[in-house]
Design a protein around this ligand. Structure first.
Ligand code: 3PG
Length: 320
């Protein structure tokens, strides 16, 4: 894979660089992890005299939809950088983006010299701006994408054990691939309050711990005190922690205590810590804890697919 980091000033000066970033942000008028993730590559390009052109998507529009414009997010980026940046409107306003349409990719590539994929969170989608575009321009992994790959590969392939994987959120089906990939003697899975699934539905040999008590009535909205204490003890001994999904309905302060306690336990431990997924990132951002983790991934579905060992089309396209 060609890395943007290896390009020097003579190779970049005066070059127009199409930069695929992730501006799929719920509230684009506020700072966010995804917005911050765009900055290192853009700064790098400006520093070496290149001209970046931002391309991205937001939401799942059916045709043009002013409510899903990228304008606000781009103005925040410009404020952070202290200069104007060229950009194109939400790529998904054109259905050819998601269809990985070659003609659309060719149009996008027009006038550009280099393509940079810096959008890990969409790399599991076979879209024109992720895959077809690489047929038309020399293509590189941006600084953020490179970091995502490095940190997620480390916890997936080469972790220090014991490894603890915290799986929260609602849909266990989304997490089974990760359990299958990681189930081995040194990995323990701690499950959030929403899961009371019969163990037969889960990989048989995995070392899975279910919540033993919960708060918020019969349908638990958060893990209870006993479970929190048990999970804290497991985390204290971990050398690697991967966290995907708050363990309760953390968007409601009443049910955030379990996730807050586990975040504190992870930070206190000596483990290499990686968290990710939209809700987990939002929770850590709200708590002001992003920087206390070794890595917080911008990816939701992309992170789970990557950790499960799937090949992501947007990354494979850069490896050709
Ligand atoms: C995400 O939020 O996971 C990415 O931006 C991809 O968005 P999508 O799930 O709408 O393809």
């Amino acid at each position: 894979m060609r890395l943007l980091r290896t390009l020097t000033e003579p190779k970049l000066r005066g070059k127009t660089c199409l930069v695929r970033v992730n501006l799929d942000i719920k509230d684009p008028s506020r700072d966010s992890l995804r917005l911050q993730a765009t900055l290192p590559t853009l700064r790098f390009l400006f520093k070496y005299g290149a001209k970046p052109v931002i391309i991205s998507h937001r939401g799942r529009p059916k045709g043009e939809d002013a409510a899903l414009s990228l304008k606000r997010a781009v103005s925040l980026i410009e404020k952070e950088l202290g200069q104007a940046v060229e950009w194109r409107e939400n790529l998904r306003f054109d259905p050819r983006e998601e269809a990985n349409n070659v003609a659309f990719a060719k149009e996008l590539a027009q006038g550009a010299d280099i393509y940079i994929n810096d959008d890990f969170a969409t790399s599991h989608r076979k879209a024109a701006s992720m895959v077809a575009i690489t047929e038309f321009l020399p293509s590189y992994a941006g600084l953020h994408l490179e970091e995502e790959i490095k940190n997620l590969s480390h916890v997936r392939d080469n972790p220090d054990y014991p490894r603890v994987v915290i799986l929260g959120g609602i849909k266990i089906e989304d997490k089974i691939g990760v359990i299958q990939k990681f189930e081995n003697a040194g990995t323990k899975f701690l499950l959030g309050s929403a899961y009371r699934m019969s163990p037969e539905a889960l990989p048989r040999h995995a070392d899975i711990v279910f919540a033993k008590d919960g708060i918020g009535g019969n349908a638990w909205q958060d893990i209870g005190v006993k479970t929190t204490e048990e999970y804290e003890k497991v985390i204290a001994k971990a050398k690697t922690v991967v966290w995907s999904g708050p363990v309760g309905k953390a968007e409601n302060a009443k049910y955030a205590k379990g996730s807050q306690a586990l975040a504190a336990a992870i930070i206190k431990s000596k483990a290499f810590s990686v968290a990710g997924g939209g809700d987990t990132a939002d929770f850590l951002q709200k708590e002001g804890l992003i920087k206390k983790f070794d890595w917080v991934s911008t990816g939701g579905g992309a992170m789970l697919a990557f950790l499960s060992g799937e090949k992501l089309p947007g990354i494979s396209a850069l490896e050709k």
